[in-house]
Design a binder for this molecule. Structure first.
Ligand code: SIN
Length: 551
């Protein structure tokens, strides 16, 4: 983590760098975009942690693709649309399912080793899929295998450079165009100019106190894009995964849906199976249905968790099919082959994000987005399990291709770089006299605010929402809004500012949608409500937060 003493002197002159293409984020979408761009110029991938530290790395279940003998692209398309609950952008879904097989075959040709049954690829089942179509690797380490292959490929591309532990503070916006980003690399403040900037920063699960997402998922890409004037869309749609490990001393570790795909059963704390009472697909019902059913059982029998039961499955099968989950649970004294696993839902994936077209272009010239940070509309109101790694590959490659056509010229970048000479160009840093500025940070209660924000979001803007809970959350968030006017220079504080921005947009959107669609559930409006078939978009103009409802 980047950290500085409480008070530090920054040079008043910013360092400058110019590259052709800047990619922010090193998960599947960012790396795939880098590979696409590599033949055409210099590519810089910046990431705030280690390059392997992304949601992709932790993805267990797998990657959905219509490649099995029993499957068809059209069926994958239908399953995605049905799960998206009427709000998918059909064109984006078509692209995902049609281009998916090609992207996977390419990945295999680059060395990805997906699990096989004999010589044939082995496909598993997850919720709301009508076919076994989920590829997996090393049992439950699919994301890690994909990162291994993509990072390996990138390491052989001389035009691609990576800056790890580099935080993107804000985007450089000149006359409504994106010319790169202000970054913090170690103690260096750099204005980094690029003809095209691709956001691939992943999601924002950390705004909730219960989440399956790694610590890096603080909504940074969505927040910097919003501050730059980008359109942010569908923020009310947050998917909660039904089964994350619930153990006071253990991390909130994901227990893949593939476990239920292989036959795991949910039981309440009285050990009674309950999912059959809630949905004909029982444990494999859509995630929002399973998550709400779990909450309902927890309330009914007054518990903080339910159980996931795999004890009826063969021990050797479980150890080889879920090796990472088996060994992690064992570390916390749970032998999944013999014992019930305590689980509860947790925030998992945000369907909303930076609005893009089907190529990955945003409303700001020179700015593109791909993967979870983006909202192409491919997931609608609820994402079909294991579609997101595929989304990263398909739309990462597309964003790379469209970035090649960025209208920003080298001359414009050079002119911009001449204008930006002082760190006061960074929004929020007031100009000071003298050779440098003294910036005091680590206001003592920031960690407390972060904890409270996550708790408020989980309790009031979580799986079940209502006007009262949302208004309460809005009020609490407003109490911390002074943070939005600050420019910080530590990772924790920059993250907090971004989390507050994303939490605010999620709460506002959830308030505005008076109805229940997909993963957004309002107990005071359990029906879809009138005019539900619309998307809510957000944009910042000066200090104003503007929204628009797009049918
Ligand atoms: C899981 O393995 O359950 C997660 C898969 C996903 O969210 O796509």
């Amino acid at each position: 983590m980047l950290d500085f003493p409480n008070s530090i002197r920054y040079p008043s002159i910013m360092e400058k760098e110019i590259v052709d293409f800047l990619i922010i984020g090193s998960g599947v979408a960012g790396l795939r975009a880098a590979i696409e761009l590599a033949p055409y110029g210099s590519v810089l991938v910046v990431t705030k942690d280690r390059p392997t530290e992304s949601t992709t790395e932790y993805a267990q279940g797998g990657i959905a693709v219509a490649l099995s003998d029993e499957d068809e692209i059209g069926i994958h398309y239908e399953d995605t649309l049905r799960t998206g609950d009427g709000l998918c952008r059909e064109e984006a879904v078509r692209i995902l399912v049609e281009e998916g097989p090609e992207r996977i075959i390419e990945l295999i040709s680059w060395g990805a080793e997906f699990d096989r049954e004999g010589t044939k690829l082995d496909f598993t089942l997850e919720a709301a899929h009508t076919r076994r179509r989920i590829l997996h690797a090393h049992g439950d380490a699919t994301g890690r295998e994909i990162v291994r292959v993509l990072l390996g490929k990138v390491s052989f591309l001389p035009s691609v450079k990576t800056y790890p532990f580099t935080f993107t503070i804000d985007l450089i916006v000149r006359d409504g165009e994106c010319h790169g980003a202000y970054i913090l690399r170690g103690k260096e403040l750099i204005s980094l100019f690029a003809k095209a900037t691709i956001l691939a920063t992943g999601g924002a699960g950390q705004i909730f106190s219960r989440t399956t997402n790694p610590l890096v998922c603080t909504g940074d890409g969505m927040a910097v894009a919003f501050r730059a004037g980008a359109i942010i869309e569908d923020m009310e749609f947050v998917q909660f995964h039904p089964t994350s490990l619930y153990c006071p001393l253990a991390p909130q570790f994901l227990l893949s849906e593939a476990m239920r795909g292989e036959g795991a059963i949910l039981r309440n704390i009285n050990k009674e199976r309950f999912m059959e009472d809630y949905h004909p697909m029982a444990e494999l019902a859509p995630r929002d249905v399973v998550s709400r059913a779990i909450i309902s059982e927890m309330v009914k029998v007054r518990s903080d968790y339910v159980y996931l039961d795999l004890t009826h499955l063969r021990k050797e099968f479980l150890k080889s099919r879920f090796p990472r989950i088996y060994s992690t649970c064992l570390q916390y004294n749970i032998d999944i082959t013999k014992e019930l696993i305590p689980v509860s839902p947790a925030a998992h994936y945000i369907m909303g994000g930076v609005g893009t077209d089907i190529e990955g272009a945003t409303n700001i010239k020179g700015l593109y987005a791909a993967g979870e940070v983006a909202c192409t509309g491919v997931h609608g109101a609820n994402r079909l399990a294991s579609n997101s790694l595929l989304e990263g590959l398909v739309f990462g490659a597309r964003a790379g291709r469209v970035a090649l056509r960025s209208p920003i010229s080298n001359e414009q970048l050079i002119a911009s770089s001449k204008e930006i000479t002082h760190n006061s160009s960074l929004p929020g840093l007031a100009p000071r006299s003298g050779a440098g500025i003294t910036h005091h940070f680590s206001i003592p209660d920031h960690e407390e605010i972060r904890r409270e924000l996550r708790k408020v979001m989980w309790e009031r803007v979580g799986i079940i929402r209502c006007e009262k809970s949302l208004r309460y959350a809005k009020e609490r968030l407003a109490g911390w809004s002074f943070i939005l006017d600050e420019t910080f220079l530590t990772r924790r504080e920059l993250e907090l500012k971004n989390m507050l921005t994303v939490a605010g947009l999620t709460t506002e959107a959830a308030l505005l949608r008076k109805g229940s669609v997909g993963a957004h559930y309002r107990s005071d409006y359990p029906e879809r409500g009138e005019g539900w078939k619309r998307h809510i978009t957000w944009r910042k103009e000066g200090k104003e937060l503007l929204y628009e409802v797009v049918v």
